[in-house]
Design a protein around this ligand. Structure first.
Ligand SMILES: O=C(O)c1[nH]c2ccc(F)cc2c1NC(=O)[C@H]1C[C@@H]1c1ccccc1
Length: 232
């Protein structure tokens, strides 16, 4: 998160850190007791290995009462996701067991009504991604509030030039922005997860390149079907 602030500890109890060999790779969030939603691109350099999911954390390194690293039973990248674009950039992770829910570990509801969030709506996004232009990686969760910008503005030829589909949404990236390592985290508007930070490589903090999110509502049926069909 560029030019945001340190989050209040454990006030975003749905936040997950997707880790590989003890290192934070991407964000994610708890959508059900045994399920985390993130971004498919985050699996690109993991050559088939499964993530581990850290829940209940504020600091990535310090011991905290409800912090716990969960093994992942299975990962389900959206079948339409690919390395060439930001389409269908969603990843479902089934935890090895149901997460123990408590004050620091809670499910976040996601939007099921497929209707665009109004431009100028101020939403919030959090993550353990880079916090400055030298790529510094924070130990603690950071957050920032950003206004939604319309798809028409985001698709302007000087911005993302028509690549933003109806299944994507954008927020203003002037100065304050998401950045590498924040991908997979939720864009939360009025307490509901409306989007997932896309994990395609992108410049951060440049107003000409707004932040891009995968809208969740269009994928509610896919999410429900994967959760329903995955084996116990
Ligand atoms: O965050 C992203 O957009 C993104 N997209 C990807 C695609 C492939 C892929 F193998 C990884 C990523 C990845 N994450 C990262 O590179 C994470 C490792 C870097 C990082 C940044 C800040 C703080 C901690 C760690």
């Amino acid at each position: 998160i560029l030019r945001g602030s340190v989050a209040k500890p454990h006030l975003k109890p749905y936040m997950a850190s997707l880790q590989m060999d003890g290192q934070h790779v991407c964000g994610g969030f708890l959508i059900a007791e045994q399920w985390v939603l993130s971004a498919a691109h985050c699996t690109e350099e993991t050559d088939g290995k499964l993530f581990q999911v850290l829940l209940g954390a504020h600091s990535l390194t310090e011991p905290e009462p409800h912090k716990r690293l969960y093994q992942v039973r299975a990962q389900f990248p959206h079948p339409g996701s690919n390395i060439h674009n930001n389409k269908d950039d969603l990843l479902l992770l089934q935890l090895e067991e149901k997460a123990e829910l408590n004050a620091d570990v809670r499910v976040l509801p996601f939007q099921r009504e497929d209707r665009d969030v109004a431009a100028e709506t101020v939403c919030e996004v959090a993550g353990w991604g880079t916090i400055d232009h030298s790529g510094r990686r924070p130990d603690k969760l950071h957050q920032v509030e950003r206004p939604v910008i319309s798809r028409d503005v985001c698709n302007h030829r000087t911005r993302h030039d028509g690549t933003i589909t109806k299944n994507m949404m954008c927020t203003d990236s002037r100065r304050m922005d998401t950045c590498k390592g924040d991908s997979g985290g939720p864009l939360v508007c009025n307490g509901v997860a409306e989007g997932v930070v896309t994990a395609g490589s992108r410049v951060c903090g440049n107003y000409k390149k707004p932040a891009i999110y995968t809208r969740i509502a269009p994928y509610a049926a896919w999410i429900d079907s994967v959760m329903a069909s995955a084996d116990e």
